[in-house]
Design a protein around this ligand. Sequence first.
Ligand SMILES: Nc1nc2c(c(=O)[nH]1)N[C@H]1C(S)=C(S)[C@@H](COP(=O)(O)OP(=O)(O)OC[C@H]3O[C@@H](n4cnc5c(=O)[nH]c(N)nc54)[C@H](O)[C@@H]3O)O[C@H]1N2
Ligand SMILES: Nc1nc2c(c(=O)[nH]1)N[C@H]1C(S)=C(S)[C@@H](COP(=O)(O)OP(=O)(O)OC[C@H]3O[C@@H](n4cnc5c(=O)[nH]c(N)nc54)[C@H](O)[C@@H]3O)O[C@H]1N2
Ligand code: SF4
Ligand SMILES: [Mo]
Length: 740
Amino acid sequence: MTTPDSTMNPQHTKYCVCTICDIGCQFRAVVQDDRVVRILPHESPALARNICFKGTAAPQIHNHPDRLRVPLKRVGARGSDQWEEISYEQAMDEIAERLSTIVTEHGPESFAVSTSGWNTQTTHGFDRRFMNLLGSPNWISGVSLCAGNTAAVNRLTYGWFPFPDLLNTNCIVLFGHNPRKHSWTPLFNMIEAARDRGATVIVLDPRVSEQAEKADLHLQLRAGTDAAMCLGWLKVILDEGLHDQRFIDDWCVGFDELRARVDEYPLERVEEITGVDRELIAQAARIYANADGAVIPWTPVTDQQISSTSAIRLHSILRAVTGNLDVVGGEMLNGVHPGWRTEADLQLHDVIAPEQRAKQLGYDKHPVYTYRTAEMLRPHMERVWGRRWMDQVMGCHMANPTEVFRAMADGDPYPIRAFFTLGNNTLLSYPNQHQVHRALMNQELIVAHEIFMTPTAMLADYVLPGDVFTERAHIADTWGWGNRLALSEQVVSPPEQASSTFRFWTDLARRMGFAEHFPWDDLEQVLDHRLEPSGRTFEQFASTVLMEQAPPDYRKYRRTGFATPSGKVELRSSILDELGFDPLPYHREGPATSDAFPYRVFTGVREDPFFQTGQRNIGVLRRRSPSPKFFVHPDDASRDGLVDGHWARLETEQGHVVAKVSVRSEMRPGHVRVPHGWWYPETRGSIELAGAFLSSDAVLCSDADEFLDHEQGIPHFKGFPGRLVPCDAPAGMSELTLGG
Ligand SMILES: Nc1nc2c(c(=O)[nH]1)N[C@H]1C(S)=C(S)[C@@H](COP(=O)(O)OP(=O)(O)OC[C@H]3O[C@@H](n4cnc5c(=O)[nH]c(N)nc54)[C@H](O)[C@@H]3O)O[C@H]1N2
Ligand SMILES: Nc1nc2c(c(=O)[nH]1)N[C@H]1C(S)=C(S)[C@@H](COP(=O)(O)OP(=O)(O)OC[C@H]3O[C@@H](n4cnc5c(=O)[nH]c(N)nc54)[C@H](O)[C@@H]3O)O[C@H]1N2
Ligand code: SF4
Ligand SMILES: [Mo]
């Protein structure tokens, strides 16, 4: 008897780098008849555990019946989700023509792009390249709220964004950061290994998170008070002489001024602000400062709060004054792989005219994350790192998202009329969703490059179907942050007319007069170009390397100095000073709670089955977490009549959303967690924009000036005032019946 299998072609296996989330595990894809049938762990025992159940669901995601396969053109009113199928060539011709008209009429700055870049893998270098040739500085990204802004702020202090040496460290400090078995698995595995080796783990979190539960010390601080906590740690460290005086004398500037600022934060004050016992604060600071090699890994919680710039700077300052910079077990200033051209090297930032750069929205008001600061750092970056425009974690010099959405919605200070979104669910991915919606509704041209029909794509004029990571060749380089290169092979063909963002930008650029700057015909040619400094082609790389990393080179600053104006670690930032901001770190209290809005609301606690706004349509994942949840403490729940498993409405001055109540003793009383990224793909066609406004945290978060960090213009997601009331399930919700 013939089994169905024996009639098929044999299976084969290749290596890919997963982009379902942004940590990029390398694993094996098993292929049969041009289809990924299964995902297997890495063969190397060191890497085999770096895989989660989202990664193994790649076949269900990539082969899902909802995958977009052909270009779509809007036929009904914007957002009505009515489309006609058109050819890729027609779509590209029309997009090029319409964009040219808008740019001619309103100037190149009237064109904005939003992308995150890690899932499309090829977007980032090429979109900026195109925009720089065109003359538009208005590029924004989700990394403005996640690591990209940490990178930019770290550079103010010591000219680079370091990578924690988790393999050798003796102490790990997690500010909220909570990697788990199915959330940033490789990082979770590294923390577990360090713990097994005897490293101390300190967690600061208003909740008893998974990491807090296992920690040696847990400081259950009030949300949004991380900067004050760091100032308290510094107070202990400096008062007790636990700092590295020699490193400070030789390599830091501004120590006396820092000391004076730190003295404004005695532990009584820090205890009052953070709600953590002063003895516990002192104990944690001592453990960190006394460890022989300690790290404060990057965390999103300080990227998303009102004192973000100060809090991130305080992490940098703690690293420096305790002598943990560029040492074994500390924070490594690696630079990039010497045999590799980064995305920044593709971007052509010297081509855009300086006066166009200065039109970047945010350049005047919130400059730290814009071209303005990057221009100030340029000679120092070149001196130390050999690159004028280093774009660590995808975006160190972008427009301020809030200002971009205001310009799109209201034409203030100038109109933005065309908006492209690639691999980003823009509507749900920034604060003030109602404003983002108005901004999108007010555009003449929106193009979305997507793999699924998201609420954002529903608002577009053209939706172009994207390929996925198994359908294109790539070398993953930790987005310009680390110096590791990992091979990702194309294993199957993309469906019908789906293609990469590289193809999109190239085809658009060639239609708009920039052909000579887009000479590469396919991704392998691009990879040949990027590998050229190493003397290898992509084919040679792919046949010899799965993953490689340049060897560590500690204390390089002794040869080069730091990439700051003084060449030293700037405890007092000369750049912040020149920009007119406080050059020393401080704590700023978020908007106060009141009788009307008694809770401190924070967004986050990522859910294992989903990455950000994605995968709510993938049955095998959604069944693990069918509905969004608010977390509240039992005392708060009983006072407010909230019942576990029942629906409630969370209201802020900005708006309201619904989710199910999850009563949890792990929560700090008075706090409520709202999840990020919820919409309901199963309601497409019955609820407007597939329920994009029902449960999305972005509806609640304000981007009014009093909610923004001064220096970067980052919104306060960690502890804004809100109230919870019981309510009925939202109307029109169908029974969950999802394929895949
Ligand atoms: N309100 C609010 N905003 C936030 C956050 C928050 O907590 N609240 N979190 C912030 C954080 S931490 C981050 S990292 C960012 C994340 O921002 P993003 O990384 O942009 O994540 P999403 O907004 O979910 O959008 C990703 C989209 O890419 C699509 N996609 C996936 N793979 C591919 C591909 O290969 N090609 C193409 N073309 N598309 C693909 C998915 O279908 C999905 O719609 O958001 C930030 N924004
Ligand atoms: N499965 C899965 N894994 C993911 C993601 C995903 O979407 N799904 N997303 C990835 C991405 S892009 C990111 S950025 C990371 C984010 O993942 P994490 O770094 O773990 O961040 P969150 O899950 O948002 O929240 C972490 C903790 O911060 C605490 N917290 C809230 N407010 C504060 C505060 O003000 N201060 C302090 N110190 N703590 C606070 C919360 O209680 C929570 O326990 O996860 C990554 N991993
Ligand atoms: S943690 Fe999971 S989703 Fe993220 S890259 Fe690894 S396998 Fe993919
Ligand atoms: Mo993130």
